[in-house]
Design a protein around this ligand. Structure first.
Ligand code: ZN
Length: 79
């Protein structure tokens, strides 16, 4: 067993947000999220980001917004 539960949770993240998980996977993700603050925050952030991207997709992104988002994700866009 090399599987870290948080790695597993990350694997499920995109499908979780797409609502395309199987029942078993869904339960797996939910039960992990219930006990893992770290993943819960990540999921919430990704969900917020997706909603934001969806609602603003038709509009032009203000300059610097992408940098800001990447900064929030912990990626240094200027590096
Ligand atoms: Zn976790």
């Amino acid at each position: 067993m090399t599987h870290d539960p948080c790695d597993r949770c990350e694997e499920l993240l995109q499908d979780f947000l797409d609502r395309t998980l199987s029942d078993a996977e869904w339960r797996e993700a939910e039960s992990h999220l219930a006990g893992c603050d770290y993943c819960r925050r990540r999921y919430r952030f990704e969900e917020t980001l997706r909603r934001y991207v969806r609602t603003t997709a038709a509009e032009r992104m203000p300059p610097g917004l992408m940098d800001k988002l990447q900064e929030l994700r912990g990626i240094d866009a200027t590096a």
